[in-house]
Design a protein around this ligand. Structure first.
Ligand SMILES: [Zn+2]
Length: 277
């Protein structure tokens, strides 16, 4: 999971239409009414052929890596409009563009309406989703305890172990709210470490990126055209598992890549521009 580009947005008339949908919810009196309405109307609007959501999905696709990979696991196809803040707990952002990402069923299903906050009244970490089958209650005011890739850089909380496990390692100090937030996001809600196939897939992405960079440097040295090199750069930038690529760059910048993979370190030395791709 990487921080997503914040330059992508639907046209203003699409955003205006979303606001109209939102107004239908906001005008209701009680939290329960708003929560029920959010669930009901989102399902009826988020359908193929609804021009607003058709346009939104195009923009959400632009945020995904590879062939529309899920923004959370970066592996399976992102085909579900996911609310970062669950709509039944936060009906006030049911139709909010900044609350959407494209996620896969493997991530979105188990995530469901799991959410937690650091309660403003006492700073405590509180899970606010209702027990299964029960009606959602209005969450207490608090700061989100789930990393939001629309506005935050997950690397501020963790790193990816490129040496052996290809799991996320939480770097925020133990005992801090940041550590708890990372633990909740990565391990409890999204299970980014637990799923074995994701670790395998990240390992294979590491080899793919390295091979692509090797090929780039090789072709560049052999005098390939600017157009050909551009295509090769774009190939790297649109590959799945961008977290792996970004972490390869970070390992190099920190001077630790040489211990992991000296050949790869040499490739970044040979093409320093790749550190910004
Ligand atoms: Zn996913």
């Amino acid at each position: 999971m990487i921080k997503l580009p914040n330059t992508i947005a639907p046209a203003s008339h699409i955003l205006a239409k979303l606001q109209e949908y939102q107004d239908e919810i906001d005008r209701l009196t009680t939290f329960t009414e708003r929560s029920e309405k959010a669930k009901a109307v989102f399902g009826s609007r988020n359908k193929i052929g609804n021009t607003v959501f058709d346009a939104i999905k195009v923009k959400l696709s632009d945020m995904c890596s590879g062939a529309r990979r899920c923004v959370y696991c970066e592996d399976s196809v992102g085909d579900e409009v996911e609310h970062i803040r669950p709509k039944d707990l936060y009906p006030g952002v049911c139709f909010s563009w900044t609350n959407y990402v494209y996620a896969c069923g493997n991530c979105n299903g188990p995530k469901n309406n799991k959410f937690a906050v650091f309660r403003h009244s006492d700073g405590q970490f509180v899970e606010v989703n209702p027990p299964r089958g029960q009606q959602a209650a209005e969450p207490p005011a608090g700061d989100d305890a789930l990393i939001n890739p629309r506005i935050e850089d997950p690397f501020a909380y963790c790193m990816l172990d490129l040496i052996s496990t290809f799991q996320f390692v939480i770097t925020a100090p133990a005992g801090t709210p940041e550590h708890q937030k990372a633990e909740y996001t990565i391990n409890t809600v999204l299970r980014l470490n637990e799923r074995e196939f994701l670790r395998k897939s990240r390992r294979s992405a590491f080899e793919n990126y390295k091979a692509r960079l090797y090929q780039y440097v090789h072709k560049r040295n052999a005098g390939a055209s600017a157009g050909k090199l551009q295509l090769m750069r774009e190939g790297i930038q649109t590959e799945a598992h961008p977290t792996v690529w970004k972490e390869m760059q970070r390992y190099h910048r920190r001077g630790i890549l040489r211990n992991v993979d000296p050949d790869l370190d040499d490739l970044f030395l040979a093409e320093p521009n790749a550190l910004n791709w």
